[in-house]
Structures are given as C-alpha cells and as structure tokens.
Design a binder for this molecule. Structure first.
Ligand SMILES: [Zn+2]
Length: 239
C-alpha cells in the first residue's frame, strides 16, 4: 500500500537519462528549491547512445537528480530505441503515478524527431488517463494527476506558458553537464544530442529565447492541452 510519505508534487518522465534535464531542468530545480517534492522517471537506460555505458549513465543521472533537488529517480528498463506504446508499458507508468500521486506530471512534447520521445509522450498521456480508472488493477488505488505538462526536446511549436527559471539556470546547466558521457568534451567531438551539432548551445539559446518572451533571462516553455486558468490577470499583467 502507498503511504502519504510516498507522495510527490511532480513526476517528470523522460525517455532517456538526460531528457528531463534538457527540457525541464530549470522548472524542477525551481520547484524543489520552493520546497516541493520532485520525482524523476527515465523509461530507458539510454543504452543505445553512442557513448556511455548504462552503468555510467545511471550514475550521471543520479548525480543530476541530486543537483536538481529531486527526492528520487527511478528507471523503468524499457528498451532504448524501441519504446512501445502497449498496455503493459502504459501500466508500468500508471503504477508509478498511482504510487506517488503527483499533482503534475511532465512528458516530452508529442512531436519530435526521436521516436522514443514521441512514444514516451503517448505512453505518459495514456497512463495519466488510465491511472484514474478505478476498475483497472484495483489493488492499487486509482489516481489521476491534475495535468500533463509537455516539455520540449528537439522540436518546439507553440506553447501555453513560459516559466521564469533565471535564478535556477546555473543549476539546470550543472545537471545537464552531469551527463558527462553525453556532453563532456573528454577530448572527443561533441555528440549530436537532439540531432544538433552543438546541443549545449542549442539548449541555452532556446532557453534564453523562451525567457526573453516573458522578459526573463532564461525561461522554459510548456504546452498543455487545456486552457491555463488565470486567477487575476492583473497579477500577471498589472503594473
Ligand atoms: Zn532523449
């Protein structure tokens, strides 16, 4: 049985061990610093990556989670490069959601050049719904988080809101850099992570661009499928 101690506020899901840092590391660092409880779930160990063994990547991932201030980070051991949207995998995600009962879950944006990102997006979206079905595996209490926030990896087309992550940007960069097998120079050519030749520059430029749109030094954009409720527009736009 789940206990109240297990509850977290946010679970961030990624296909590979560096995805959530790239797309939402600033948000996670910010929420953790504000006192919220964060969990991170990687669906694969990134074993198909050009560099880094699964063991090395696991160590890097745990270090990055600590830098961000997450409570825990777990791996669902799905095959890298071959994440499949089927009932078994949907339930693997749904069980994590039911156990930790987060208010908010994060998933990659559904349109991306990497099929694993696309399938992770679909898996988490379906698990979000199915976790709330009372008659499905009733031995674990049904629970549906309030919202899925989609973060961006390679592609970005329109977004619902931008979070100011300026104060936590150094921590995001530290967490991304903790994935040394992927981003460290190690005397080697940088890897084309995200399908771009200079991934660290790509991430920083994008986050600066997103921040600039809300008058912040750095921002992270998110997409949601429903309207964003605003309690008082003057609190946002008054002055
Ligand atoms: Zn990835």
């Amino acid at each position: 049985m789940e206990t109240i101690r297990d509850k977290v506020d946010i679970i961030a899901f990624g296909a590979h061990p560096d995805d959530v840092e790239i797309g939402a590391g600033g948000l996670l660092a910010k929420e953790a610093a504000l006192g919220y409880r964060i969990g991170i779930v990687d669906l694969t160990r990134g074993e198909m990556g050009t560099r880094g063994t699964p063991e090395v990547r696991m160590e890097e991932a745990l270090q990055a989670a600590e830098i961000l201030g997450a409570e825990w980070r777990i791996n669902l051991d799905m095959p890298d490069g071959n994440i499949t949207v089927n009932h078994e995998n949907i339930m693997k995600v749904a069980r994590v959601v039911r156990k930790y009962r987060p208010s908010v879950i994060l998933a990659p944006y559904w349109d991306d050049r990497h099929p694993d990102h696309v399938n992770t997006s679909r898996l988490v979206t379906e698990a979000h719904f199915k976790a709330g079905l009372k008659k499905l595996e009733p031995e674990l209490t049904a629970f549906r988080p309030n919202i899925v926030l989609y973060y961006f990896l390679n592609r970005m087309e329109g977004f619902s809101f931008v979070v100011d992550v300026s104060k936590y940007y150094a921590r995001k960069q530290e967490a991304v850099n903790a994935h040394y097998s992927q981003f460290g120079d190690a005397g080697l050519k940088p890897l084309a992570v995200l399908g771009v030749k200079a991934p660290l520059q790509f991430i920083e430029s994008r986050d600066r661009f997103q921040g600039a749109q809300i008058g912040a030094a750095y921002g992270e954009a998110f997409l949601v499928r429903s309207p964003v409720p605003v309690e008082d527009p003057l609190k946002v736009w008054g002055g």
